[in-house]
Write a protein that binds this ligand. Structure first.
Ligand code: CDP
Ligand code: MG
Length: 153
């Protein structure tokens, strides 16, 4: 079982899309095990986007991600990091496939609604940045027997 970090970015909150987009992950059968609304500070933005801090577009990204509240969540499931990245789609909404979140709801390279960890190392690092261990509420969904066969776990 894997975990990934999902951020519903400020554009997602402002456009009232958090519920609709969270529902996509719930509908997929993934397990939401932590969630909170918060404001990203410039310091937190630099930590989360460490790989991008030196890019010439980073100042605009920081202004965007700190510009309004976000909702952060941890989602758990089999191969969830790849599954969620596929559901989110390509970075630029103009290039993202129809049927993906960014393909269906974004027409922007920056305002692409949702962040999702891009690999196991990033997921572990980002979960640690956004959540304390006590904020994670792991549970066994009672519907599990109707989500996949016993030998798929
Ligand atoms: O989010 P993803 O991993 O798909 O893309 P990224 O290349 O890691 O970039 C992180 C975020 O920076 C993107 O999701 C965009 O919101 C933003 N970005 C930007 O503002 N301008 C760019 N030229 C590229 C990315
Ligand atoms: Mg990335």
């Amino acid at each position: 079982m894997e975990r990934t970090l999902i951020l519903f970015k400020p554009d997602c909150v402002q456009r009232r899309l958090v519920g609709r987009l969270l529902a996509r992950f719930e509908d997929k059968g993934l397990n939401v095990i932590a969630m909170k609304m918060m404001r990203v500070t410039p310091k937190l933005a630099k930590r989360h986007y460490a790989e991008h801090v030196e890019k010439d577009w980073y100042p605009q990204l920081e202004a965007f991600i700190t510009g309004g509240p976000i909702v952060a969540a941890i989602v758990e499931g089999l191969e969830v990091i790849r599954v969620v990245r596929n559901m989110v789609g390509a970075t630029n909404g103009l290039n993202a496939d129809a049927g993906t979140i960014r393909g269906d709801y974004s027409s922007s390279r920056q305002m692409n609604l949702v962040h999702a960890s891009d690999g196991p190392e990033a997921a572990a690092r980002e979960i640690d940045i956004f959540f304390k261990e006590q904020e994670i509420c792991e549970y066994e969904p009672t519907i599990r027997p109707w989500l996949r066969a016993v030998d798929e776990n």
